[in-house]
Write a protein of this length. Structure first.
Length: 305
């Protein structure tokens, strides 16, 4: 299926106006077109839907054309949306990006930067940013579980099998130890990380798979718990997971691609941009090195064995 490329008007010279793509199928016709953006929410409590509209308005202003922002229902739907050409820009978790890339439906133009965390304390490292993160296995602070091997026979809350930290990396590394969690454990897929943590805190699950720093990110959602005290990190994945990709349709016009890149790179420099980035806890963006996502493909294959 042809990918869409929408067109914004650019001034060329003093008397001639040309059109450059801005989402939608490549066309010679003039007129403003729409750009479709989608992202995967980190939680499903409805709070992120309310923030999608201001983000759409921000992008519309910066790109000079109407932008629609939608939330993917899960990791697979954003891949399908990119592959079908319904979405022009995807803010994509690493495993979802790799799937779309392999279908030649997406090209990473930027990689997000996240705040770095201390592996010893679990606390943010002031002023430090990172292009990768770890997966965490969380258990209750008073749990008898001490090692990854201790999870054999236990109940584990996970995210979608398409989630790098919420499934792929910990499952693959357990298999490296000779434990197949799909057979040797009871895995329960839940909708989001706060639900995973709640299940562990309540004793319904023995452990959960989350991204590094999740206890800090979602602390405000647990008024009755101090997550840093009530949950502890049983295990950090050995493998480093590349951050989210800002990915575009592979046939997007070069001029528009550069404009999109510029807008995202500049988000950290104004308050509205910082507010937009906070939707995914992004602190900034850097040029994408597509090869760093190859490790996700390797881990995905291992987890699926």
């Amino acid at each position: 299926m042809k990918k869409k490329v929408v067109v914004c008007t650019l001034a060329l010279g003093l008397s001639l106006l040309a059109l450059a793509g801005c989402g939608g199928k490549k066309e010679a016709s003039a007129g403003a077109k729409e750009l479709n953006v989608q992202f995967v929410p980190t939680n499903n409590d409805g709070s992120m839907e309310a923030k999608a509209k201001p983000f759409a308005e921000y992008l519309s202003e910066k790109l000079g054309c109407k932008v629609n922002v939608t939330l993917a229902t899960d990791y697979s739907t954003i891949v399908e949306a990119m592959a079908s050409g319904k979405v022009d820009i995807g803010i994509m978790p690493p495993a979802a990006y790799v799937q779309a890339r392999d279908q030649k439906a997406a090209q990473a133009i930027l990689t997000s930067q996240l705040g770095a965390y201390s592996h010893e304390t679990g606390l943010p490292e002031e002023g430090k940013l990172s292009g990768t993160f770890k997966g965490e296995v969380l258990v209750k602070a008073d749990s008898d579980l001490q090692t990854l091997e201790d999870l054999k026979g236990k109940r584990i809350a996970t995210l979608s099998p398409n989630s790098a930290s919420g499934y792929i990396y910990p499952v693959a590394e357990m298999k490296d130890l000779g434990i197949d969690p799909t057979k040797d454990c009871t895995l329960t897929t839940v909708n989001d990380i706060p639900s995973e943590m709640t299940a562990v805190l309540s004793g319904q699950q023995d452990a959960c798979f989350v991204f590094e720093g999740a206890r800090n990110v979602f602390a405000s959602k647990f008024s009755d718990h101090d997550l840093l005290k009530d949950l502890r990190v049983l295990y950090l994945t050995e493998g480093d997971i590349p951050n989210d990709a800002i990915a575009v349709q592979t046939d997007m016009e070069p001029e528009l691609k550069e404009k999109v890149k510029e807008v995202f790179l500049n988000m950290k420099d104004d308050e509205a941009g910082q507010e937009a980035m906070s939707l995914w806890n992004h602190k900034g963006y850097e040029e994408a090195n597509d090869s760093v996502y190859d490790t996700v493909k390797d881990y995905t294959a291992k987890a699926a064995e």
